[in-house]
Design a binder for this molecule. Structure first.
Ligand code: TYM
Length: 329
């Protein structure tokens, strides 16, 4: 069976960007593949090392949301990065074979530095972010990584590290994994910028019907559609992206009527708000099963991490063999 790995930083409650960009695929894949999904708590430290008191609460909230959208611990392995210290060991070995230039050229880092108004990475771990991510993925020999578009450059570096390892040590220990995108791999927030927690432009999976209504009505649309009957351009409209992401069976009619000018933005948004609210109602309903059951969530993660660790240990043995650093001991 093909192996799948993906992870998320513990940022608390999930938003619809996480869902339509990645989680939706996680849920779909778990029936057919061997899936491991991880809480990347060490990755959270690369920039927020001075703000660690929120991590635990965020981790529980995030995993509660994972379970609420249908990730099933009977089908998938749910684990925590720091409970499988082999990720750190492989990160160290990969750091030896990764040229610094690959990391300095990382477009994700460049964008982040620009946003933060910085000239260089916050620390050694921040620069090495993609190396740790490569370790997360490759320690399970995953061949597919379901993520949103923003993570694609990191998967590219993972492939390069895998290729370089196999070449340097004349082996085929690692596959070259591929990113697996949804049909809406880049979800924009209410203000038209990438939806994210830090920009506070998100619709959370835990928002109420009223929140959703308000947020959808405030969403940016095609700037050229000023009056109700102006013809619009669905391909440039974030609201239309959402109609497609949520698989609205009426998406084709909406596209046609927006273009012809017979559908106004208010009506179009009302329809979306209803659909999103119905979807989020279903998530909320499932969440009641896990809400406040922190002990159960913790048990799921301990058990998942134990299983993951068995696989990780085997891979590390192969890695040491390939590198000729097992010394027959
Ligand atoms: P993170 O925690 O920033 O985001 C988690 C996942 O959600 C996707 N995502 C989005 N997709 C579309 N539109 C959006 N607005 C949006 N916001 C978030 C992200 O693309 C991601 O798939 N580096 C990773 C975590 C990680 C990881 C890994 C991922 C650590 N190790 C190994 C895959 C494999 C991150 O920070 O994602």
């Amino acid at each position: 069976k093909e192996k799948i790995f993906s992870g998320m930083r513990p940022t608390g409650r999930m938003h619809v960007g996480h869902y339509f960009g990645a989680l939706q695929n996680w849920v779909r894949l778990q029936d057919e593949y061997d899936c491991i999904f991880g809480v990347a708590d060490w990755h959270a430290l690369t920039t927020a090392f001075d703000n660690t008191q929120e991590i635990e609460k965020n981790l529980i909230e995030m995993v509660t949301d994972w379970l609420s959208v249908g990730l099933d611990p009977e089908k998938s392995t749910l684990m925590v990065q720091s409970l499988v210290p082999e990720h750190a060991e492989l990160n160290l070995l990969f750091s030896m074979i990764t040229p610094v230039g690959w990391l300095e050229r990382n477009p994700v880092l460049k964008q982040q530095l620009q946003d933060m108004g910085l000239k260089e990475a916050v620390g050694f771990g921040h620069l090495g972010y993609p190396v740790l991510m490569a370790a997360d993925i490759l320690i399970y020999k995953a061949s597919r990584v379901p993520v949103g578009e923003d993570q694609v450059p990191h998967i590219e570096i993972t492939r390069e590290i895998a290729r370089r390892f196999n070449f340097l040590y004349q082996c085929s220990v690692f596959p070259e994994p591929e990113a697996l995108l949804t049909s809406s791999p880049r979800i924009l927030g209410i203000d038209g910028r990438k939806m994210s927690k830090s920009l506070n432009n998100y619709i959370a999976l835990s928002d109420t019907r009223e929140d959703i209504q308000k947020k959808v009505m405030a969403m940016f649309t095609d700037p050229e559609k000023i009056r109700r009957h102006d013809p619009g351009h669905p391909e440039r409209c974030n609201v239309f992206t959402f109609h497609k992401a949520i698989a609205n069976p009426q998406a084709e009619e909406i596209e046609r009527d927006c273009r012809s000018g017979s559908l106004g933005c208010v009506a179009c948004k009302r329809q979306l708000a209803e659909l999103l609210a119905d979807f989020i109602d279903r998530v909320t309903f499932l969440r009641t099963r896990y809400q406040g059951k922190e002990k159960l969530v913790r048990e799921i993660l301990v058990e998942g991490s134990r299983k993951a660790r068995e696989i990780a240990r085997k891979t590390m043995e192969e890695v040491r063999e390939a590198m000729k650093i097992s010394y027959g001991i």
